[in-house]
Ligand binder design. Structure first.
Ligand code: EPS
Length: 364
């Protein structure tokens, strides 16, 4: 059985929910490790005041007993503290009493770059809020919780996954990034950036060239491109490889079957090759600007300015954590497909037997 992930939840609704299926039984989960990832996602210079309201923590409703998985669906919940301010506006049932708090008036000013316009047209909503609530990157909180579970599984096989922010607003140095963030904030503008995720301890042979949907490169690209605001994906040297000769593009094989370089980023033909996995994602500037862009009021059809709401200046450090979770999830899924196992010990034993067959790691 492969791993499955289904999520639900709106940004200002009561909670975000994830159901993880296909986990082997007996996997130990550490609540503090999951909560630490949730906190990492909330940090970063340039985040909105919303992050002071939320103190994300995971609750588990099913699939776990005394910290160990049962081999049954795992139900994870991350509550939205801010919902207390939206109880009327985001009430799942018709609200009772007089309108109060936030979200009581329909939003009719779609933001260029957000889901607002496409969402109301596609689903026939009158209130842009009905589209933006689910499209919000708040959703990534529960993906990070699921990613922390995936990282626990990968750790059993000696695989570690880590994401970092490389660039914010085109700047690489920490101080320059802060200055760029302050400047954008002063101009009531937003920034994007680039993040990188690396995974070590990945054996050769995850993913397959046998069919399109099994390719690990395609799966990682889909996983990262599906994160809010991500507009670009690179594996290894990525676009730079398009500009060099073949003699400078590939990773020559040495005795011991290790590579002299890692331009491929650890994947060839959609299959991991045993080198470090290296992927990057490019994030566009966030579409909620304090100095709004031109738009149209959907109620009147007249030219107007887009919705102005509390927003992050950028969320690049948060993306590094979310991208790490997404890569961990895809690797865990590929691992589960290759090695199977209803009990974690079965999976670990199958992995060990495979490494013995291919004699990995080899010494030259
Ligand atoms: C988001 C808008 C902001 C962000 C939010 C994503 O939320 P709000 O409109 O409530 O201020 O803070 O991200 C989170 C809440 C989070 O936890 O990451 C958006 O429109 O995507």
């Amino acid at each position: 059985m492969t791993l499955g992930l289904t999520t639900a939840g709106e940004s200002h609704g009561p909670a975000l929910v994830a159901i993880v299926t296909g986990l082997p039984a007996g996997l130990s989960l550490d609540r503090a490790a999951i909560d630490a990832d949730l906190r990492r996602r909330q940090q970063g210079y340039g985040r909105s005041p919303r992050q002071q309201l939320e103190q994300d923590a995971v609750e588990v409703l099913a699939g776990l007993r005394h910290g160990r998985t049962l081999g049954t669906p795992l139900a994870l919940v991350v509550s939205n503290r801010d919902h207390a301010n939206w109880e009327w506006g985001m009430s799942p049932w018709p609200p009772e009493g007089e309108p109060s708090g936030k979200g009581t008036k329909p939003v009719t000013l779609p933001r260029p770059g957000h889901a607002d316009l496409a969402g109301v047209l596609k689903y026939g909503h009158d209130d842009v809020r009905d589209a933006l609530e689910r499209a919000s990157a708040r959703h990534t909180a529960v993906l990070v919780a699921a990613g922390a579970v995936a990282k626990a599984l990968l750790r059993e096989l000696g695989i570690e996954v880590a994401g970092t922010a490389l660039e914010v607003g085109g700047e690489t140095g920490e101080q320059a990034q802060r200055d760029a963030t302050d400047a954008a904030k002063g101009d009531r503008d937003t920034l994007g950036g680039v993040v990188e995720v690396r995974a070590t301890g990945v054996c050769p042979g995850l993913g397959s060239y046998a069919s399109r949907e099994d390719r690990l490169d395609g799966r990682l690209a889909a996983a990262l491109m599906a994160i809010q605001a991500v507009k670009g994906f690179e594996l290894g040297d990525g676009f730079a490889l398009a500009r060099v000769r073949g003699s400078e593009a590939h990773d020559e094989i040495e005795p011991g079957l290790r590579r002299r370089s890692n331009r491929a980023g650890g994947i060839e033909a959609g299959v991991s090759n045993g080198e470090e996995l290296v992927v990057r994602a490019g994030m566009k500037p966030l579409p909620t600007l304090m100095k709004p862009l031109d738009s149209v009021d959907l109620a009147t059809g007249d030219a107007a300015q887009a919705l102005v709401e509390r927003s992050d200046v950028h969320a690049v450090e948060a993306l590094a954590v979310v991208a790490e979770a997404a890569v961990a999830w895809e690797l865990a899924r590929a691992v589960k497909e290759k090695f199977g196992g209803d009990a974690i010990g079965d999976l670990v034993a199958a992995h060990r037997a495979y490494l013995e067959r291919i004699a990995w790691p080899r010494t030259p």
